[in-house]
Design a protein around this ligand. Structure first.
Ligand code: NAD
Length: 345
């Protein structure tokens, strides 16, 4: 099994470590001082640090490990950073993904892979109905464009190369905005808020009226796990893409997220500023009916519960109340109990 561990990948490694697995994780060194990776269960993990744009290293490691399952989560994942450094983003997210596909094709064994792109891969037409998997791809900024390009590269590889390889099952997953404890990235709403509020500082907010498909990190992760399970069982999903996001009436504005979140902090203050650096899309909705119908995937946490879990996680972290690995375990246990079955077979 190969997993790339950023903040979402760290949750996945910790979750999978409960089972009888061996995990190969490939990533760069963490870019912030605080990183969830420090606190997770690493007993089952072989932790490799190198750049996925280095095809030789990547192929060598994947061919040696011979994974049954691959979750490709490695990416330059921040929109603002992609505008400051477009080439790095394009290289990692497009060439890096092509390198993974190339390595998968060389593996001479049955392998199931989930390639994680993003809800931002769609051309944003401010659609109220939410984007379906066959809607047009696009991207105003290099991050979004890199994810749309990764999807196109995937489709071309699948149709002309991977489909012929009977040992391969593969699909892409496009998730909405992920929140949950342990993300300390910059220029993301929840991490920016908790980092400021933990120090009794004001947080600066750029687009209070932007609407996003927020969801707890365990929701898309349960979707990726369900997708890999169903891919193994049913060839009809091979080469497909799936959206994973909240119901259309559950998307919420940044302001609403702030209103709910700030209850959990004593002096939570925010100030709105005008962003001149880049223009953000105001409306982003995903339609997840394909995953609901074919994978029986359902989001189980509403926005209030998602923010309660997330904010309590960070509060306990900053108050040093409890060991971090217990915080992660408590959320996973709570989620599994609600969900009953991850695979929905
Ligand atoms: N966080 C979200 O809201 C969100 C929403 C939709 C999709 N996604 C996608 O999910 C995936 C994981 O997101 P995340 O929030 O955990 O991101 P993250 O930035 O926390 O983690 C990204 C990981 O990729 C690794 N990485 C980056 N460049 C690399 C390179 N060149 N070589 C090797 N490793 C490299 C980093 O070291 C890190 O481990 C990404 O593909 C992201 O685009 C995230």
């Amino acid at each position: 099994m190969v997993v790339y561990h950023g903040s979402i990948g760290s949750w996945l490694v910790h979750w999978l470590s409960r089972y009888n697995v061996k995990i190969l994780g490939i990533s760069l060194n963490p870019s912030s001082k605080l990183s969830l990776f420090k606190f997770i269960n690493k007993k089952k993990l072989i932790d490799k640090r190198f750049d996925i744009t280095d095809l030789n290293q990547l192929e060598k490691n994947i061919l040696k490990f011979k994974p049954d399952l691959i979750y490709h989560l490695a990416a330059q994942s921040l929109v603002k950073k992609s505008i400051r450094n477009p080439l790095e983003t394009l290289k990692t997210n497009i060439i890096g993904t092509a390198n993974i596909l190339n390595s998968i094709n060389k593996l001479n064994k049955k392998t199931t892979s989930v390639i994680i792109t993003s809800d931002k891969c769609y051309q944003n037409l401010k659609l109220l109905r939410g984007y379906h998997e066959n809607d047009r791809l696009g991207g105003h900024d290099p991050y979004s464009a890199s994810k749309a390009s990764a999807e196109i590269v995937f489709k071309s590889y699948f149709n002309s190369i991977l489909k012929k390889n009977k040992k391969i099952r593969i699909a892409t997953a496009r998730a909405g905005n992920v929140i949950g404890g342990g993300d300390w990235s910059s220029d993301r709403l929840v991490p920016d808020c908790v980092k400021a509020w933990a120090l009794n500082k004001k947080v600066y907010i750029r687009s209070p009226n932007s609407t996003r498909p927020w969801q707890h990190v365990l929701e898309p992760l349960s979707g990726y796990i369900a997708l890999s399970y169903h891919l193994q069982k049913n060839i009809k999903f091979n080469g497909n893409s799936f959206n994973f996001g909240p119901k259309l009436n559950e998307v919420a504005t940044v302001k609403k997220v702030l209103q709910i979140s700030h209850k959990y902090w004593n002096k939570a203050q925010f100030k709105i500023y005008k962003e001149n650096f880049f223009k953000e899309d105001q409306l982003l909705k995903l339609n997840s009916s394909k995953a609901n119908k074919h994978l029986k995937w359902k989001k189980v946490l509403n926005l209030e519960k998602t923010l309660e879990l997330t904010m309590s996680w960070y509060k306990k972290f900053y108050q040093n109340d409890i060991k971090v690995n217990e915080l992660i375990d408590n959320d996973i246990n709570y989620y599994i109990k609600l969900k009953k079955s991850i695979f929905n077979a």
